[in-house]
Design a protein around this ligand. Structure first.
Ligand code: F3S
Length: 399
């Protein structure tokens, strides 16, 4: 691989042991993927934050980095942690967990990383630009960066996104190259995608069938950012699809090279129903609703607020929304948050249903409108879910 003089010095240890190690990691990943050079990145989104998912080994990694006092060289943000950093006790998180979680966040903070703790950095002012090269790691954020914004990022692992954030470079392969961003399959969407959960079902169906293959969707009329994020998240979860195009909507769709199309498929009512049926697992009553995978926008929460109207959440049901602290601290959010909490809706920030340990430990039957959440919560058999539209959920759990 060609390295500039500066990059070679980084690799050779001229900037310290930690920088050499991190550069080696990025170079190694590049070599495995036939990259010929490193390219500068604009920013990084770093996963590997929840103590539930990273465990104790992360502390030895941090120790290696802190000896050289390394700092990020580009704007960098964190993925959700394993708990709401303020309301963790209310969630049922144990003190021993909270202590380790706080230490992890502190380490990231000392490296100069903004502790956004969200998988939707684009909802809090960090929208990537067309053609930007990034090192993002949370799979739904990656697909939004590529598809919705036309930026370029592979799905990085937590350590590689951190390495890129510190050295300022990533390897030039995969979705950084125009020729790898073309679609291979046209998907004719022949059924309604009126609900957010329908987008989620479409994404889940596609990802499961066409693992890793970039699709070009036709027939989708409504593409609000909240709908697209549901589509991308589900596709990434069920099939590691990191990029997609939507005719007349996503920025690269108009000029994308269609010569590489090898298959045309359709998504019909029966396909959609199949996904809802697959996640129709609860026979007894649900005791928890989880919304906000990916993290909820203000519009998501406003919709819940207006659908609830004068009603409240029924006794015995927990209703949890996950979002980012930055969004919930805005004046717009404050207007209706207190009212929602009074009615039994809890809005937790900094974390989510998948990366916190408490849902698997304390709950069994769960309702959600996100196929990604449904997929991860049921994967090891601990939880059972029903995938429903938000309206259906609200109708069933309020009175
Ligand atoms: Fe975000 Fe957690 Fe879902 S990180 S995409 S809310 S699994």
């Amino acid at each position: 691989m060609f390295l500039t003089k500066e990059q070679q010095m980084m690799l050779d240890g001229e900037y310290g042991f930690a920088i050499a190690k991190l550069t080696k990691l990025v170079v190694k990943i590049g070599e495995v993927n036939d990259a010929t050079k490193l390219i500068p990145i604009k920013n990084a989104q770093i996963a590997g934050v929840s103590y539930f998912t990273v465990g104790d080994p992360i502390f030895s990694f941090f120790n290696m980095l802190s000896k050289d006092k390394v700092k990020v060289s580009v704007p960098s943000w964190l993925n959700p942690a394993g708990m709401d950093m303020e309301r963790w006790e209310e969630m049922g998180v144990l003190e021993s967990f909270a202590d380790k979680q706080r230490r992890i966040i502190q380490h990231y903070k000392e490296m100069g990383i903004e502790t956004t703790l969200t998988c939707t950095p684009y909802l809090i002012g960090h929208q990537p630009k067309l053609g930007d090269h990034l090192a993002w790691s949370e799979s739904s954020a990656v697909s939004m960066a590529n598809a919705y914004y036309g930026a370029r990022t592979n799905r990085e692992g937590g350590p590689s996104s951190l390495a890129s954030a510190i050295i300022g470079y990533t390897a030039d392969y995969g979705l950084h190259k125009v020729e790898n961003r073309v679609p291979s399959i046209i998907v004719d969407v022949n059924t309604s995608t009126a609900n957010f959960s329908d987008f989620s079902a479409l994404g889940y169906w596609y990802g499961e069938k066409f693992h890793g293959v970039i699709p070009y969707f036709k027939g989708i009329k409504n593409t609000h950012i909240d709908q697209v994020k549901m589509l991308g998240a589900a596709m990434a979860a069920s099939g590691s699809v990191a990029h997609f195009h939507i005719e007349n909507h996503t920025p690269e769709a108009r000029k994308v090279d269609m010569n590489y199309i090898t298959n045309i498929v359709s998504f019909d009512e029966k396909d959609k129903k199949q996904v809802y049926d697959h996640f129709n697992q609860i026979k007894e009553d649900a005791n928890l609703v989880v919304i906000g995978c990916p993290h909820s926008s203000l519009e998501d929460i406003q919709y819940i607020h207006s659908t609830l109207g004068e009603k409240s959440i029924k006794e015995g049901i927990e209703f949890w929304i996950f979002s980012s602290q930055k969004l919930m601290q805005t004046d717009d959010a404050k207007k209706f948050l207190t009212n929602l909490e009074v009615k039994g809706v809890k809005i937790f920030t900094d974390t989510c249903m998948v990366v916190t340990p408490v849902i698997r430990r304390n709950y069994k039957n769960i309702l959600t409108n996100s196929a990604k959440a449904a997929f991860y919560l049921t994967r090891d058999g601990t939880n059972k879910v029903n995938l429903l539209s938000l309206f259906e959920i609200m109708e069933g759990v309020s009175e």
